[in-house]
Design a protein around this ligand. Structure first.
Ligand code: 5GP
Ligand code: 5GP
Ligand code: 5GP
Length: 207
């Protein structure tokens, strides 16, 4: 039990669409040059306040230690890989632990990563979109409300969506923010939504 107790209200479980990171002005890179699956992958599990603000870097003394999550690494490589050319996986995981994980109200490093991996497994976002006729495409656009509705059917609650701008200027679905109770397990209605920068019609590029 850490002596530094961070108070927060809920988590954002944030997943990214690799296709919408890899078609930006800057390139993307894959660890070991192995292309990840065409599916959402984890960005992080972020403690948040109901007013939209959030704590960060709550316990600098609790440094990331990959020996504590050795058993999770194969799953992490598959589902929580970095797409950045500047960093490797360990940098990304360390960043997420130190910035967000240390504020997660006393979860150990192992619990933090394990629970986040379990969240991804618990919901089929790709299946939810596909069932609604929303598929990755290099030409189509989709109503962002239809995207949120389809994802919401799978999650049980409407998620936040974040868009970014592709190199070709398309406004595209980049990240999905799913609200999770402080148990790091139960989906909840979002107390507040991120400013997602999505237009009413969004692209969802193939990857
Ligand atoms: P960006 O400015 O690229 O949207 O976000 C930069 C970083 O700030 C993210 O990687 C994340 O660590 C943090 N961040 C951005 N928005 C939120 C938010 O709404 N809640 C939390 N907890 N962190 C956020
Ligand atoms: P945040 O601070 O927003 O939680 O995380 C973003 C930081 O992680 C940035 O410094 C970004 O460059 C780095 N990063 C490393 N790999 C990735 C990745 O695959 N996706 C995103 N969005 N950021 C990554
Ligand atoms: P940070 O270092 O804060 O993660 O990165 C700042 C911004 O650059 C973020 O919006 C992040 O998504 C983006 N970024 C960082 N590294 C890369 C990269 O290798 N490729 C792409 N496409 N974007 C990156």
């Amino acid at each position: 039990q850490s002596s530094i107790v961070s108070n927060f209200d809920f988590f954002y479980f944030v997943v990214q669409w690799p296709g919408s990171y890899c078609n930006l002005k800057t390139a993307c890179c894959f660890p070991q040059n192995i292309k990840p699956a065409s599916n959402f992958s984890i960005h992080g599990l972020w403690p948040n306040y109901d007013d939209g603000s959030y704590p960060q870097n709550c316990d600098p003394s609790d440094e990331f230690d990959d020996s504590q999550i050795e058993d999770l690494v194969p799953q992490m490589k598959k589902n929580w890989g970095t797409l950045s050319c500047k960093n490797d996986n360990s940098w990304f995981w360390e960043h997420e632990w130190e910035k967000h994980g240390t504020c997660s109200g006393g979860l150990s490093q192992h619990q933090y990563f394990e629970k986040t991996l379990a969240l991804l497994k618990s919901v089929d976002l790709l299946g939810a979109l596909t069932s609604a006729g929303i598929t990755p495409s290099n030409g189509a656009t989709y109503d962002v409300s239809a995207v949120q509705k389809a994802l919401g059917n799978a999650i049980g609650f409407t998620p936040g969506v974040e868009c970014n701008t592709a190199n070709n200027k398309d406004n595209q679905l980049y990240q999905v923010y799913i609200c999770v109770d402080k148990d790091a397990k139960t989906f909840i209605e979002c107390p507040v939504y991120p400013n997602g920068k999505c237009k009413s019609k969004v692209h969802w590029p193939k990857f």
